[in-house]
Design a protein around this ligand. Structure first.
Ligand SMILES: [Zn+2]
Ligand SMILES: [Zn+2]
Length: 302
């Protein structure tokens, strides 16, 4: 089994964990906590039932928006380089000058050798999805998709919502376990198992939340962040992580944050992902600034 096929296989197994755990949590909360125990006569339970559904639906909306990224790959946005060459060719008459112009133009464009199409700055190829995505951040094994320009905002909000969702259920179930000592054995086991699973899920989400908050603050993708860290440890192989040029020029001494040409300051970096309208920041609407091809840069680093 080749490494790509193996990675795709592991990826498809991992990506089922979130849906399975969510279905299980629904079964325990609605089936065991609310319906089996016939608690709907209590106003508190009814309120918890409603809050739970609001949290679940809001989290799932972000989840669905993360998954809807397939048609945003570069192959869906740009013509293949071969088709592009024919399009340019048909516009010129002199075949001798023609070839020279085409070669010059095509040289200016970075190309992904696998997708055979234009590769704008910050775009990277995902070896699992076999596609290039704009402002590629990482391939998320747990969700089974690439996290990139078109779903990064949804990914970050999904992580936040997931933490709230897990925390809500953990507190509710823990409270029930402590308060109600007469729980049937089956419900008791489900409550213990679900609380443990949700605790692990919450820790994973919390770790992602902290890491991506740091990335958003610096306007770095995960690839860029890892490359910058590696470069500071002496790895010269990542010197050209930005298409604009090397991380530092000869005899140039830069602070780590200055090496990133896209670091515009904390507030502007936040706006790059969440947009300029405060009231839209936490809505499941696409408000990320720009087109994913051009990004504002600090003056003097063009
Ligand atoms: Zn590619
Ligand atoms: Zn991917």
């Amino acid at each position: 089994m080749s490494s790509t096929v193996y990675a795709s296989f592991v990826n498809s197994i991992l990506s089922t964990l979130y849906p399975i755990l969510t279905i299980y949590s629904y079964y325990v909360l609605v089936g065991k906590y609310c319906i089996d125990a016939k608690r709907f006569d209590s106003v508190v339970v009814l309120i918890m039932f409603l809050i739970y559904h609001v949290l679940l639906i809001y989290t799932l909306i972000f989840y669905m928006r993360i998954l809807a990224i397939d048609d945003t790959s570069t192959a869906n946005r740009f013509p293949s380089k071969v088709a592009n060459k024919q399009a340019i060719t048909s516009r010129y008459f002199n075949p001798f000058i023609e070839e020279e112009i085409i070669q010059k133009r095509l040289k200016m464009l970075k190309t992904c050798n696998i997708c055979v199409t234009y590769k704008p700055p910050r775009t990277h190829h995902c070896s699992i999805c076999q596609k290039c995505f704009l402002r590629f951040d990482h391939h998320c094994g747990l969700l089974g998709v690439c996290i990139a320009f078109h779903n990064y905002k949804f990914f970050y909000l999904f992580v936040i919502m997931n933490i709230i969702y897990c925390l809500f259920l953990i507190i509710l179930l823990m409270f029930e376990l402590i308060k109600n000592r007469q729980l049937p054995t089956a419900s008791f086991s489900h409550f213990i198992v679900l609380t443990s699973l949700l605790f692990v899920e919450m820790c994973v989400s919390l770790q992602m939340f902290i890491y991506h908050t740091i990335l958003i603050r610096k306007n770095e993708t995960m690839i860029e962040n890892k490359a910058l860290n590696a470069f500071l440890r002496g790895d010269q192989g990542v010197r050209f992580v930005y298409q604009e040029g090397p991380l530092v020029n000869e005899e140039e001494v830069l602070e780590r944050d200055e090496m990133n040409p896209y670091n515009m300051g904390v507030y502007e970096n936040w706006e790059q992902i969440f947009g300029k309208n405060t009231w839209e920041w936490f809505l499941p609407t696409f408000t990320t600034l720009g087109d994913g091809i051009n990004f504002p840069k600090k003056i003097g680093r063009d």
